[in-house]
Design a protein around this ligand. Structure first.
Ligand code: GLA
Length: 382
């Protein structure tokens, strides 16, 4: 069902309009966004729709069939929800963050959600829901906000209302994605550009189904490790504000002052940024085999230095890269479970992946969910 149909059925009248935002692949640049580095992502051809209409009072009702009963709150006293209503923090957080950034809501609103993005697969269904909500509310109430600040408002919702200390990757890619292009984010300058991807490139997702129970706290722990490393490096360069301002050579030069974990995390970040630069150059030349090698090197670094992979993801990558037609594969997103992304030739198929998926099923007792993703347009009003 479309979000419009869900809205009509749930609220008994037609919505005013519908927003849409895509999910994203993290193509390369793992855990570098909040360190101020370069990341490449792709908006995919799956996403989240939100149908909205104004109300005559100052209430908000949000409804998603995936979660059952609607969540109903007051616009002027928005607070994070808990337990069975916690899912609603993504759209509610956007309304909260818009207000924090000076948007005055003339009334409350109703909002209904639909989508074809699997949750928990590392494709950022949460950012897609935030962006889709933000796009719909901007249009509904005529807020004058450009797209880059709107993406930042969504990140603020996730950081401060949902409580997940993510970087700008997911929101930036979902906002600025384009068909046939990858989004290049410079997270230090917070600029978003796109680079073309050769038409023959194909993207495959292998959702491992694994999810670490401590996912959010492990992500936050990695962030803190990066911050504590930065604090040590800053002693020799106080003007530096971000890990990305240091080179791999700087990290080597400070090795004696860092713990083994700090050294590994920082080296992952600086080398990963170098790989992103090399990926841009290889994409410009249309050299997909070279891009594939960089993807594999990125995974290796996440596995060994950043320690955010897991046996399921490693198994998938190890088996996929042996298959004909696969240029490279790596974990995509925060890690500790979630999905692997593979870059392939156009003739690659789900059947061609079977040696890897069957071996995975035999080892882990469940099959990975496999699908092809195409690049697609960024967030927009439908
Ligand atoms: C998650 C976060 C992003 C980014 C990636 C890792 O997807 O939401 O901001 O940090 O992990 O690169």
């Amino acid at each position: 069902m479309t979000a419009r149909d869900i809205f009509q059925t749930q609220f008994g009248h037609a919505p005013a309009l519908c927003g849409y935002a895509p999910g994203r692949l993290e193509f390369i640049g793992n855990h570098v966004d909040y360190n101020g580095g370069l990341v490449i992502g792709a908006a995919i051809d799956r996403g989240v729709q939100t149908a909205v209409a104004r109300r005559n009072d100052r209430r908000i009702r949000v409804f998603s069939p995936a979660y059952g009963t609607p969540v109903e709150v007051e616009l002027d006293t928005l607070k994070s929800q808990t337990d069975a209503s916690a899912w609603a923090n993504y759209p509610l957080g956007v309304a909260w963050s818009l207000q924090k950034n000076g948007c005055v809501f003339p009334s409350g609103f109703d909002l209904a959600i639909s989508g074809d993005l699997p949750a928990g697969a590392g494709l950022s269904s949460s950012a897609a829901l935030e962006l889709s909500t933000a796009i719909a509310l901007r249009e509904l109430f005529g807020f004058k906000i450009e797209s880059a600040p709107l993406a930042r408002i969504c990140r603020q919702a996730e950081n401060d209302f949902v409580g997940m200390p993510c970087g700008i990757l997911d929101q930036g890619v979902s906002m600025f994605g384009a068909e046939g292009r990858l989004v290049l984010l410079d997270c230090r300058a917070e600029t978003f550009t796109t680079v073309p991807v050769p038409a023959s490139a194909r993207f495959w997702i292998f959702n491992s189904g694994a999810k670490h129970a401590l996912l959010d706290s492990l992500y936050a722990a990695r962030r803190r490790e990066c911050e504590s490393t930065l604090a040590i490096l800053q002693k020799s360069r106080p003007a530096a504000k971000l890990l990305a301002e240091f080179s791999s050579l700087d990290i080597e030069n400070h090795r004696a002052q860092l713990t083994a974990d700090q050294y590994n995390r920082a080296l992952h970040v600086t080398r990963e940024i170098e790989r992103v630069r090399q990926t841009v150059a290889a994409l410009e030349k249309g050299d997909l085999p070279a891009v594939g090698k960089l993807l594999v090197a990125s995974h290796q670094s996440s596995r060994e230095l950043f320690a955010n992979s897991c046996p399921e993801l490693d198994f998938l990558v190890d088996h996929l890269i042996k298959l004909p037609g696969v240029y490279g594969a790596r974990l995509t997103g925060g890690g500790f479970g979630g999905a692997v992304m593979a870059l392939t030739t156009p003739d690659f198929t789900a059947e061609a992946a079977e040696p890897a998926t069957a071996a995975y099923t035999a080892k882990f007792g469940h099959a990975p969910v496999v699908f092809a993703a195409r690049t697609g347009p960024g967030a927009r009003v439908l």
